[in-house]
Design a protein around this ligand. Structure first.
Ligand code: NAP
Length: 243
């Protein structure tokens, strides 16, 4: 069966996605930094699913390594799913550009560096799918997380353009915009259970949307309507809401 390459494979959402694709008979490349930490997960998944699961080292910030990383894969993947992300600290980022830089580079620049290389390959092969996990935070800048949000907004715009470019080559690009998801990233935050998805539910929704060749997925679905309302609040009012 074909390979799916999962970027940021130590992420809780990525691990749920890995299980979902393995269950559906895909072989996997799990790419992460300090990927040896995934060895037990990968072995267990390979035994349960009877699929091939290979761990590959990747630091999304090491853009100089991305070309060699991709072209060294033993077999080119049918699809790529990127779950890499860094929420960081909005407060710190406002005064320390190093934190701003890390948020932008992890969520945007590094992902673009790698997807540029993969997009070239998929375009030439006239096949493939690219799933990028962005965020509802990219739909409108808010005081509480606008540096992370602006990097995700850039990623959403990049994926939209990539979808337009690759359409005529038969390559699918799916933008995923999760709302709250219960993962390491949100651990300790007081999140409304009604608005918070579990990683397994996000993985199921991504698999379904990717197989149906959808373009954009909000998960939970309710976030599509929440963001529609948020996007339409007049700026004069929005700036007074303090969110
Ligand atoms: N959780 C939410 O509420 C939520 C909402 C909207 C969007 N998202 C997005 O969903 C995606 C998955 O996040 P998650 O919630 O599953 O959080 P997570 O468990 O914290 O996953 C983020 C992953 O990114 C990896 N990463 C960070 N910097 C990296 C680098 N330089 N090179 C390689 N990997 C790196 C981390 O690896 P290490 O383990 O090595 O640090 C971590 O495994 C992210 O893009 C996130 O922005 C999450």
């Amino acid at each position: 069966m074909s390979y799916v390459l999962i970027i940021g494979a130590k992420s809780d959402i990525a691990q749920a996605i890995a299980k979902k694709y393995a269950e559906n008979n895909y072989d996997l490349y799990l790419a992460a930094r300090q990927v040896n930490e995934l060895n037990i997960f990968a072995k267990d998944l390979a035994i349960r699913s009877k699929q091939t699961v290979q761990c590959v080292e990747l630091d999304i910030l090491d853009t100089a390594s991305h070309h060699t990383f991709y072209h060294a894969l033993p077999e080119k993947p049918e699809g790529v799913i990127t779950a890499v992300g860094y929420l960081g600290s909005q407060d710190l980022a406002q005064t320390d550009f190093k934190e701003t830089h890390k948020i932008i580079d992890t969520n945007y620049t590094g992902v673009v560096s790698l997807l540029n290389i993969i997009a070239e390959d998929f375009e030439q092969r006239h096949s493939g799918f690219i799933v990028g996990i962005s965020s509802v935070a990219g739909d409108r800048g808010r005081k509480s997380n606008y540096i992370y949000g602006s990097a995700k907004a850039a990623l959403s715009a990049y994926l939209s353009g990539l979808r337009n470019r690759l359409y005529s080559s038969g390559v699918q690009v799916l933008t995923v915009k999760p709302g709250f998801v219960a993962t390491k990233m949100t651990a300790g935050m007081a999140l409304s259970p009604r608005l918070t998805a579990q990683p397994e539910a996000v993985a199921n929704a991504i698999y379904k949307a990717q197989q149906k060749k959808n373009n954009v997925l909000y998960t939970k679905g309710l976030w599509k309507w929440i963001m529609l309302i948020i996007k339409h609040i007049p700026e004069g009012l929005f700036k007074k809401l303090s969110i």
